[in-house]
Design a protein around this ligand. Structure first.
Ligand code: SF4
Length: 703
């Protein structure tokens, strides 16, 4: 590290990237962060991955937005063509007063002309709980409806739908650190070594101690080396495989009847449903031998304590909710919930996707997943907010909002920290929607692809430049502290939203995030006993916390579930094929995801020196045999074509990918994976099928 060890102060905060929520010590010299160390947070116990340790310098990148920008009257038509280093052909500099007035007046004008429903908002899982709370409050209180959402719709919306339906709570039932008390753990549709790297270190230690680690993924992955079983099943065959495992448990009488009787409902229906899924019948469909399915069933069901972890390989399907229903049923039938070393744990993606969802940044729920359709719930929030009632109708989700823009019913948007021009499925459709808006206000730290389409751009503070709370995948509410000042005139997101709200006629008087937190906690029982001052003192508290001195419950639902009569539910799941199956024109399967070094749409990590140096170029992964068949050398270029569009991208040889598959990371604008993805939705979670699209792969020659 050389001179970078030289620093004159340190500030403790939370890593801005994944849902593990590692606590960090930021070392600062002058107004710059020089390096980052891990500290003893409840989730990371001093550890950090490459992103947390080296991915901090994006905050000092010259592309940072430092002044408000307004689209020039003589700007070219809206499109993806703005140079973030030289935006002056499209935008001009403005002062805060002018930019905020223009932003607010444009939204107010649409409300007056077309009604509140003509305005929608995308908030961000990259912002604090307070900022998420204020954002959803602004849309609901000022525009009177629930058309507000964020990227949870694109990651775990189907998991949330299944958990709410069958367990009565959207959060994990046990922290991932509980794996140290487990005998067996299933990791399915997740690649923690790349996407939740610090959590993966706990998983590896578990395996090293003799724990049985069962990895299930259509793509091979590094955790395989530590696994007792690696089930590389056919893409989209999740329900068939999980039902076959559960059918074995039923057939061989391995279920926990006592637990089922005490704490569940609908068991008989589930049991009858599973009779048709014997492993011998499902083996070919899944691509896994029947005996392996049976052995996995025995290992999981007969263990003293078992956990299930899952990621977006489970959730990002049109049958994502069914996938999660199966995982919930599997845990319930074995009694693997509510005790040490047991639990259901969807590994959350962004550093505050749990908190943003908890804070009500979703169209169907107010804070704490209280439904907008409940008159008493809306009355409670109207009372807290000192305002009138708002719509009892569930709002539109991320992709539905962009569809409504195409239909002309939504005409204005306020987008805070999201990048739908890169992150949405069939991104050409999303970009056309953004270009169509009468008025788009974008608030961000960089001139993102989405900001290309903005009328007003509001420069925001980066995560390490502001204070607030965030909630990680473990339900741990943690305090983030401002380490350095934002550049130029950039301001914390909460402050910008407050200024905008005031100009929209709301009497918001917040002067500090702690005031927002205190108001938010009034409407959220999950935050009982977790005060701002306590978080400042303790750094983190897990919810639920049963008393002011209780550090929080790492495991929940040992004594019943937050559902009618305290019982969880079995919901049988049928096999539903992917929306788009390969055919002679598009014969292969494309799946998308993240890479270790890059975060989501790349706006931060591609501006981070070390991370960009390690992984500088858009790439996809193909099996060496597939490359041979195509006549393409590893490192050569291929063209990927789906029904939505095509991209040209460098191909890597990777034996982890099946011969009929291609894996494409979605961080690279120059070869955007989401040009190709299928926007078909899971009917419950409204999550797109990012994990399965029919694709044709062709050699593209040297670029
Ligand atoms: Fe940050 Fe996640 Fe890495 Fe921890 S595991 S350092 S939270 S990216």
């Amino acid at each position: 590290r050389g001179d970078s060890r030289d620093f004159d102060r340190e500030v403790q905060s939370v890593c801005p990237f994944c849902g593990v929520g590692c606590q960090v010590s930021l070392k600062i010299k002058g107004d710059r962060v020089t390096h980052v160390d891990g500290i003893n947070g409840p989730a990371n116990e001093g550890r950090l991955c490459v992103k947390g340790r080296f991915g901090f310098d994006y905050i000092h990148h010259p592309h940072r937005l430092t002044v408000p920008l307004i689209r020039r009257s003589d700007a070219p038509p809206k499109g993806l063509d703005v140079d973030p280093a030289n935006p002056w052909t499209h935008f001009r500099e403005a002062n805060w007063q002018e930019a905020l007035d223009l932003a607010a007046n444009g939204l107010a004008r649409l409300d007056a002309t077309h009604g509140g429903q003509s305005v929608a908002g995308f908030g961000s899982a990259k912002c604090t709980n307070e900022e998420a709370y204020l954002f959803q409050k602004l849309i609901r209180q000022r525009f009177g409806h629930n058309n507000v959402d964020h990227c949870t719709r694109l990651c775990h919306a189907s998991s949330v739908a299944a958990l709410m339906e069958n367990v009565g709570s959207a959060a994990v039932t046990a922290t991932f650190n509980e794996i140290e008390n487990a005998d067996v753990a299933i990791v399915i549709g997740a690649n923690p070594v790349e996407n939740h790297p610090v959590a993966a270190t706990f998983f590896k230690q578990f395996a090293k101690r003799g724990g049985k680690l069962i990895v299930m993924d259509p793509r091979g992955q590094a955790l395989k080396r530590h696994a007792t079983h690696m089930l590389q099943f056919r893409p989209g065959a999740d329900v068939a495989m999980l039902n076959a495992i559960m059918a074995t448990i039923v057939e061989e009488g391995l279920y926990d009847q006592q637990y089922i009787d005490a704490w569940t409902e609908n068991w008989e229906a589930e049991k009858a449903h599973l009779a048709q899924f014997a492993p011998e019948k499902m083996a070919e469909h899944c691509g896994i031998p029947a005996e392996t399915l049976r052995q996995v069933a025995r290992d999981f069901a007969t263990a003293r304590a078992g956990m299930i972890f899952w990621g977006m390989g489970v959730s990002q399907h049109i049958h994502g909710t069914d996938n999660s229903r199966c995982l919930i049923s599997l845990a319930l039938m074995c009694g693997h919930v509510g005790r040490p070393g047991t639990g259901l744990h969807p590994l959350r993606g962004q550093n505050n996707v749990q908190g943003a969802s908890d804070a009500g940044l979703i169209p169907m729920f107010l804070p704490d997943y209280q439904t907008v359709t409940d008159d008493a719930v809306r009355a409670r929030f109207s009372e807290i907010w000192g305002s009138g009632d708002f719509s009892a109708q569930r709002g539109l989700t991320v992709t539905e909002i962009l569809d409504a823009v195409h239909e002309g019913t939504i005409r204005g948007m306020y987008i805070l920290g999201e990048n739908p021009a890169m992150s949405d499925p069939d991104v050409t459709h999303a970009r056309e929607a953004l270009a169509k808006l009468d008025h788009l206000v974008v608030q961000d730290i960089f001139l993102t692809e989405t900001a290309n389409y903005a009328d007003v751009i509001l420069p925001a503070a980066a995560f390490y430049e502001k204070a607030g709370t965030v909630t990680n995948t473990n339900r741990q509410v943690q305090i983030a502290r401002a380490a350095v000042r934002p550049p130029g005139q950039a301001l914390p997101d909460w402050q910008i939203t407050v200024e905008l709200a005031r100009r929209l006629g709301l009497d918001w008087q917040y002067t500090d995030p702690s005031e927002v937190y205190t108001e938010m906690a009034r409407g959220m029982r999950s935050l009982d006993n977790i005060t701002w001052d306590r978080l400042v003192n303790d750094g983190a508290v897990t919810y639920p916390s049963l008393s002011p001195s209780d550090p929080g419950q790492a495991i929940v639902f040992g004594d019943g579930f937050p559902r009618a009569e305290g019982r969880a539910r079995f919901t049988p799941a049928a096999i539903i094929p992917p929306d788009e199956v390969p055919d002679s024109e598009f014969p292969m399967v494309m799946t998308t995801g993240r890479q270790l070094e890059h975060w989501h749409t790349g706006s931060m990590t591609r501006r981070s020196r070390v991370l960009d140096a390690v992984e500088p170029e858009a790439n996809c992964s193909l099996h060496p045999a597939t490359l041979r068949r195509l006549g393409v050398e590893a490192g050569g270029m291929v063209r990927l074509i789906t029904r939505r569009g095509e991209i040209t991208i460098m191909a890597r040889a990777d034996r982890a990918v099946a011969e009929d598959m291609v894996f494409v990371p979605f961080a690279y604008v120059e070869a955007a994976a989401n040009v190709l993805t299928n926007p078909a939705l899971d009917p419950y979670g409204k999550i797109p099928e990012f994990k399965f699209a029919a694709v044709r792969v062709e050699p593209a020659g040297v670029m």
